[in-house]
Design a protein. Structure first.
Ligand code: BGC
Length: 417
């Protein structure tokens, strides 16, 4: 890889075919704001993040996209471990507050569930994790059914069953994918409306509100559950959600966005420097950055890094109040040539990506000396983003957050041109 790059640069100099800084070390642009790389776009480092290239119906990973070139990686978090934690957090809460949870004393702990995106692995895992822990899941093929039930106040749905936690009967009263009319998923405003509808038709049956993320969870909390003192559970540990624990928000899960944001840019930095991918990750870099294996794992076959999750509840939330703080063990300034990175966020209004992940990326881009162009999508149309990848030659590397997990080829096709 490295050899190929040097050869290509030398060739370009010999042919005099470019305005590149021939003879400079590496292919960096040092402050020029533009890549002077001679590497073909198809050979430049690529990192997929937050939305893993996969089939949105079956969840099967898109191996072509994950192995697009020798410097391609995915960075996300361990969806199953996090989902299990979220389910356990809710079940623990039920056990602990068994005496006073059942608001209308009908003998059933009723919950409503906000689903983010039925084609997104993280969302699917969280729906399953909650249903499994509360006993409301039913088998669909080899795994737990993750379909939304619509309304199930009478317990007749085939996609869930009545469960039980610590001897208490539990029912999923309603669940819905929170997708707006334009097609944006994980939509907080839609969740706010849904809780309005649900609470006006069967509000006194709702004892718990559960959400696939904090964006939707906080929208429901602010619209209804805070005033009605109904514990609400989310995911992401966004700062506003963590602060709301003091006001009755039940809890959330930190997916270690600090570690993910670091890894997202770190794998690009290592590839651009021709260093081993584990530099500053499993092994200390020159600046002293290193991660321990209790915060991430690496799946070599799928070239995927996964951060590990931590539950955030009334017991420990004070340690998580600033979700945009860099992770201390990897907060040392790296000395390397400045490189130019193209990075998109699938939806500029996504709460987690906007309020937690991107602020972290902006801190790490400085620490890793990367000049990053941030592109924000509308959450609905892939072309709205790919249109803004019109000139990939201007960049040294790419960090991609797709609208739909099936759409990796729309990006790699541009890099292959
Ligand atoms: C986050 C969600 C977010 C989604 C976007 C998930 O990992 O938990 O909050 O909306 O990613 O892709």
């Amino acid at each position: 890889m490295q050899k190929k790059r040097i050869f290509a640069a030398a060739l370009a100099c010999v042919l005099g075919a470019s305005m590149m800084a021939c003879g400079s070390s590496g292919s960096g642009s040092k402050g020029s704001g533009k890549s002077t790389s001679s590497v073909a776009n198809k050979d430049k480092p690529v990192v997929w993040f937050n939305r893993q290239p996969s089939n949105s119906s079956t969840g099967e990973l898109d191996s072509n996209a994950l192995h697009f070139n020798d410097n391609t990686y995915y960075v996300g978090f361990d969806a199953n471990q996090g989902a299990e934690l979220q389910g356990k957090m809710v079940a623990d809460y039920i056990q602990k507050h068994a005496a006073d949870l059942d608001r209308n004393h009908d003998g059933t702990i009723g919950y409503v569930l906000a689903i983010g995106d039925i084609g997104h692995n993280d969302s699917i895992a969280r729906t399953r994790g909650v249903r499994k822990a509360l006993g409301t899941g039913v088998k669909d093929g080899n795994d737990i059914d993750y379909k939304p039930v619509g309304t199930n106040t009478d317990g007749s749905s085939k996609d869930v069953q009545d469960g039980s936690v610590g001897g208490l009967k539990v029912r999923e009263l309603a669940s819905q994918e929170m997708k707006n009319s334009a097609g944006a998923t994980w939509d907080a405003a839609t969740a706010g409306n849904a809780i309005g509808t649900w609470s006006s038709s069967f509000g006194d049956q709702i004892d718990l509100v559960i959400s696939n993320n904090d964006g939707m969870g906080m929208s429901m909390f602010n619209a209804w559950s805070k005033d009605n003192k109904v514990p609400t559970f989310g995911y992401d540990a966004n700062s506003d959600a963590v602060a709301a624990i003091a006001d009755g928000y039940g809890g959330t899960i930190s997916q270690h966005a600090d570690v993910q944001a670091y890894l997202t840019l770190r794998v690009l930095r290592n590839a651009l420097d021709g260093k081993d991918v584990m530099t500053g990750i499993a092994t200390k870099d020159d600046a002293g950055n290193v991660l321990t294996d209790d915060v991430y794992r690496y799946d070599k076959d799928n070239r995927s890094f996964y951060a590990l999750n931590v539950a955030v509840t009334a017991d420990n939330y004070k340690d998580f109040t600033d979700s945009t703080k860099t992770y201390e063990p990897v907060s040392n300034q790296v000395k390397s040539d400045k490189k130019k990175v193209w990075l998109d966020i699938y939806n500029s209004s996504d709460n987690f990506l906007g309020s937690t992940y991107q602020p972290l990326l902006k801190k790490y881009d400085k620490l890793l000396n990367l000049d990053v162009d941030y592109i924000g999508g509308d959450g609905q149309t892939e072309s709205n983003i790919t249109n803004r990848l019109g000139n990939p030659s201007q960049y040294d590397a790419f960090a991609i957050n797709m609208v739909k997990t099936d759409n990796a080829a729309s990006y790699t096709a541009i890099l292959n041109q």
